[in-house]
Design a protein around this ligand. Sequence first.
Ligand code: ACO
Length: 332
Amino acid sequence: MEKLNAIITGVGGFVPEYVLNNEELSRMVDTNDEWIMSRVGIKERRILNEEGLGTSYMARKAVKQLLAKTDTDPLSVEAVIVATTTPDYHFPSTSSILIGKLGMTNAFAFDLQAACSGFMFAMDQAASMIQSGRYKKIVVCGAEKMSSMVDYTDRSTCPLFGDGAAAVLVEPTTDDLGWKDSILRTDGKGLPFLCMKAGGSAFPPSYYTVDHRMHYVHQEGRTVFKYAVTNMSELSATIAERNGLTKDNLAYVLPHQANIRIIEAVANRLELPMEKVLVNIQRYGNTSGASIPLALWDFERQLKKGDNLILTAFGAGFTYGAAYLKWAYDAK
Ligand code: ACO
């Protein structure tokens, strides 16, 4: 049997209408546009502020667009993976809600929790499933309502995050395209530096946890920054070296969008000019598991069949990784 490769055959995306810009943020906490732009590179972020709507709402919009764009019958989808750290509920899974809303009832579905690396981990799973020959159509979605766990009185975290969702369709081909290589890691060092302190089984919600503001993103930014730069840069360089990718044959690097300075450090390590780095952090902020597919959605028209891409991510856990993806189509 010929070797099967896993290709992305379409991208759908959704961001909420409401734009929270730096001016508005600087009326909420002691910050300013100059600090946020120079230290992080974010101008504005989208916020899902309609009451009662969660991550699955945005995932549904993104996947609906994906199915329409790729002319895919919902009943032909065999598996759905949603990478999210902000599920609608502890249970059932956000992916099960998505399946029900969009009628993808011949599929099985599960959520994958790997924070900002979630989409990359989910893509790797989907690629293995396609390469095994057992599955032909898998939807991989990254979706986050980060605003649901951001403390808008904490200036060290509230400028960073935004909401959004994007999804890709993964299918087989025998052409030399698709998800070609990856290195994924989880080191277990991250808990003290990046977590939500309560709300899970270790510290279930209580008056105490609410009074002590333990249901928000807690981050020691400087430490996380150092780990992110080192690990994203090293793994991207290793993926590049072992696949013979250089600044001449690499079309783009697509890094997780957490901080423009982290992104620039990765580009430096790969000796790439910033024109070869896909960046949309200024418009959406850090959308965690949604950031890489949202950038694919934003830049889809710029990508050409055969383009060599490196994807790289870093998130809570710590989780991190880099992958080599050979893009499979020219957008219509
Ligand atoms: N406006 C103005 N000043 C601020 C703000 C703000 N919004 N936030 C912090 N400051 C101040 C601090 O109080 C501090 O002042 P001091 O020196 O008087 O104490 C100063 O700015 C520097 O603070 P640092 O925290 O050292 O700022 P740093 O340059 O490290 O930037 C940031 C902070 C943006 C969080 C950065 O550390 C970072 O990007 N970290 C990594 C984030 C990341 O990659 N996360 C992983 C993925 S997220 C996930 O998995 C959910």
